[in-house]
Design a protein around this ligand. Structure first.
Ligand SMILES: C[C@H](O)[C@H](C)C(=O)SCCNC(=O)CCNC(=O)[C@H](O)C(C)(C)COP(=O)([O-])OP(=O)([O-])OC[C@H]1O[C@@H](n2cnc3c(N)ncnc32)[C@H](O)[C@@H]1OP(=O)([O-])[O-]
Length: 719
């Protein structure tokens, strides 16, 4: 809807009304058409102001309508009617003007923005492009390079940057509507021809072809298979090389290729999944809107290694006071320096003052006596963590929440070491903790809903994609990663090379394949976990028994490389070789290839040709199959929880939606059939045995992902 009223005698004020972000639904578009017509035909009206209800201009087209038959007046002629109006139309931009919302404003003759407003054309992050004239008007208004940057990245700009770019005409700290009405009165009666952006020639660039070639190469590299960024470059190229009308036709043509694409559906699923995981639920029935978070004004971090330092920075950047505790003096001094550096660099990027004074460093755990929440990030050793939890229970004031950053230990066991297990949850960050978006909030059977609510709220405050998951070995992310890595190892035994496996996964869209990632994080990390699982047998890595553990197939390849001191980038040797420690440039290593041949010969394994399809099916379907086990166990509330975890923490390509969404796209019956095929070939690999939940979903006709709940009774999906 759009409300209409006359203000200041002769200004028609049109207010978009569709809470919470005034998205351009069919009803809003109809409201705009009707009210603009009314304003232009009312002789008492000399100017028009368009604004949004509730301090938000417009969040763009209504994404919820994309899945259905679009009805109501189309956007392009609606915006054209405004641009060709014979009375000045001024956009009063508060909150957000994004996508179709900014395109509407670009159709207006003037734009006034509040200093806190955010503007942008983020369609690319939904697998689309600005298709209501944005890709044709923005380059004409601000030039090709700046428009290319905004449209291919989808980034939001501040009002200040929008003014500097020329997107808006004025920025105000006061009431934006009042400022816009005053501005409209001041320009009433002036010629509007110079204000119709579609009539502008596109500012020419020296060597336009070279610019587009360079941008296209950069976009192709970072897109990793996503098609929308490429279409965005092509649309802006049309603006730079074609008259407006032809450019618009090209824009529509390109949009048509994207709108129904699987990638657009995947990215729009991610948009809603990211918001759905905030509406968390626990198997007990406790939920996000009935559990009150506790106030957290002061927090503490125990252990200032790599993770502890990142967590301290992430906490301080929220404005909280932080007590950072490290018992080793040398480690404490080094941590103080590292944390200060990270805070200063972060503050510089964001153009704010670094929060150095918010952190108090101490060697004494007593210092945390009056904090509201503690995050323990000491070395991943159960005895050490238990000792710390006992100390914290003795030192902290009643009601202090005790959170552990463990990535593999039993959260409930740690809770049992304290007098108040209800106050214990896992807060599993990902390295670097002040950069990586994902936060797994892990609740045990005794964790209170308030404790979960508090951790989830703190995660949101830190700008994290926080997902509430149940306590089990590896929680959700690492638990699914195990069969994925296991399959990659088995593929090497059967004839593949690290290069082949990694190329298949990187072409699928992962930033890094399994073996490149293993070299980056260090082979010794996985080795330590396998030792913790009792899987590593010292020196035993030969003969048939070397490839069986706990009655199932096992590959000691990773253990053998570690026994050779090949820990990856840090030792210049791992699955690949590197020129110097820490170098990221992986080069094939002939030693590794002859080692694999010798290994196969020793174990009577005959290498066979393996193609990318098999690599993808075995690695991804084994991971997905574990996802179904996690849903069946009620460890994750819904498929969206798993997908947000993998997209925001494990590099799963966003334009493929996430593991569970991808399984739905491929077809559950196909995933089941392929798992059965591979399990038949490898009966000693239980991770390939299809999960009963997958069978039940296929037997129920493979319902769409948002209806899996009907099959999985204990599912609490929020889609
Ligand atoms: C032709 C044209 O070229 C093309 C084709 C397009 O225009 S394509 C569309 C382009 N527009 C976008 O990409 C902007 C998308 N939105 C955002 O980036 C953010 O929402 C926000 C505006 C910065 C506000 O953030 P927030 O943190 O304050 O709240 P929220 O939790 O995110 O959102 C609050 C609630 O509003 C819902 N919502 C937000 N934007 C929406 C939209 N455009 N359509 C439908 N629902 C929307 C969201 O799902 C959530 O619902 P629920 O979860 O409460 O049920």
């Amino acid at each position: 809807m759009a409300a209409y009223k006359r203000v200041s005698e002769s200004v028609a004020l049109i207010t978009l009304q569709n809470p919470p972000v005034n998205a351009l639904s069919a009803a809003v578009r109809q409201g705009i058409v009707d009210t603009v017509e009314r304003a232009l035909s009312d002789p008492n009206v000399t100017a028009v102001v368009i604004c949004g209800q509730n301090g938000v201009f417009c969040g763009g087209a209504d994404i919820k309508e994309f899945g259905s038959n679009m009805s109501g007046p189309p956007l392009i002629p609606m915006i054209h009617a405004i641009e060709s109006a014979n009375k000045p139309v001024v956009a009063a931009i508060e909150g957000s003007a994004l996508g179709g919302g900014l395109e509407l404003a670009l159709g207006c003759h003037y734009r006034i923005a509040h200093s806190k407003a955010r503007l942008g054309l983020p369609e690319v992050s939904l697998g689309l492009l600005p298709a209501a004239g944005g890709s044709q008007r923005l380059p004409r208004l601000i030039g090709v390079p700046a428009a290319l940057n905004l449209i291919t990245t989808g980034r939001h700009v501040t009002a200040a940057e929008a003014l500097q770019l020329g997107i808006v005409d004025q920025v105000t700290d006061h009431n934006t509507v009042d400022a816009a009405v005053k501005f409209a009165l001041s320009v009433a009666g002036r010629s509007l021809d110079p204000r119709r952006i579609s009539t502008y020639p596109c500012p020419q660039q020296p060597d336009l072809d070279a610019l587009f070639e360079e941008v296209m190469q950069k976009v192709r590299r970072s897109a990793r298979g996503a098609i929308a960024p490429i279409a965005c470059v092509q649309a802006v190229r049309a603006a730079a090389t074609l008259p407006y009308t032809q450019g618009m036709a090209r824009e529509q043509e390109l949009m048509a290729t994207l709108f129904t694409s699987g990638q657009a559906r995947a990215l729009q699923y991610c948009f809603f999944a990211q918001r759905a995981v905030g509406r968390w639920r626990m198997p007990s029935g406790a939920r996000w809107d009935t559990s009150k978070p506790r106030p957290v004004h002061k927090a503490a971090v125990i252990g200032l290694g790599t993770m502890g330092r990142g967590i301290t920075v992430a906490l301080a950047q929220t404005g909280l006071s932080v007590i950072a505790v490290e018992t080793q003096e040398k480690q404490l001094m080094e941590a103080k320096q590292a944390v200060s550096g990270m805070l200063e660099r972060g503050a510089k990027r964001r153009g704010v003052a670094p929060a150095l004074d918010r952190i108090i460093y101490s060697q004494n755990i007593q210092a945390v006596a009056d904090v509201d929440l503690v995050i323990e990030a000491v070395f991943e050793d159960v005895a050490l963590k238990t000792k710390v939890f006992k100390q914290l229970s003795a030192v902290c004031k009643p009601g202090t929440l005790l959170c552990t950053n463990t990535s593999a230990l039993d959260v409930d066991q740690l809770a049992s070491e304290t007098p108040n297990p209800e106050l214990v949850v896992g807060m599993h960050f990902f390295a670097p903790a002040h950069v990586m978006k994902l936060l797994e909030v892990v609740y045990g059977p005794r964790s209170s809903p308030e404790a979960v609510a508090t951790a989830m709220q703190l995660g949101k405050k830190m700008g994290k994609a926080s997902v509430a998951v149940g306590n089990c070995r590896g929680f959700v992310g690492n638990r699914m990663l195990k069969p994925y890595v296991e399959q990659a190892f088995f593929l090497l035994e059967e004839g593949a090379t690290p290069e082949l496996v990694d190329r298949a996964l990187e072409e699928f869209g992962f930033p890094m394949g399994v073996f490149t990632m293993s070299d980056l994080s260090g082979l010794d990390v996985g080795w330590r976990v396998r030792k913790g699982d009792g899987l590593v047998e010292p020196g035993g890595a030969s003969g048939r028994s070397a490839r069986v553990r706990q009655g199932r197939r096992y590959s000691p390849l990773g253990d053998l490389l570690c026994e050779h001191g090949r820990f990856g980038q840090k030792t210049c040797r791992g699955w690949y070789q590197y020129d110097k420690p820490g170098s990221r440039v992986a080069r094939s290593d002939p030693w590794l290839h002859s080692f694999l041949e010798a290994y196969r010969a020793e174990h009577g394994l005959v290498a066979r040709r393996i193609d990318h399809q098999e690599v993808l099916e075995r690695c991804l379907y084994a991971l997905i199959n574990e996802g179904f086990h996690i849903l069946d166990d009620g460890i994750a509330a819904g498929p969206e929880d798993i997908d947000v975890i993998y997209v925001s923490g494990y590099g799963w390509p966003r334009h493929r939606g996430g593991p569970m969404f991808y399984a739905n796209m491929v077809g559950l019956a196909k995933v089941l059939e392929r798992l059965e095929h591979y399990h038949q070939a490898h009966p000693d690999v239980p991770h390939l045995q299809p999960c009963s939940l997958l069978r039940r979903l296929v037997a129920s006709g493979s319902p769409p992902i948002h209806r899996w709940g009907e099959v999985i009774k204990k599912l609490h999906s929020q889609l």
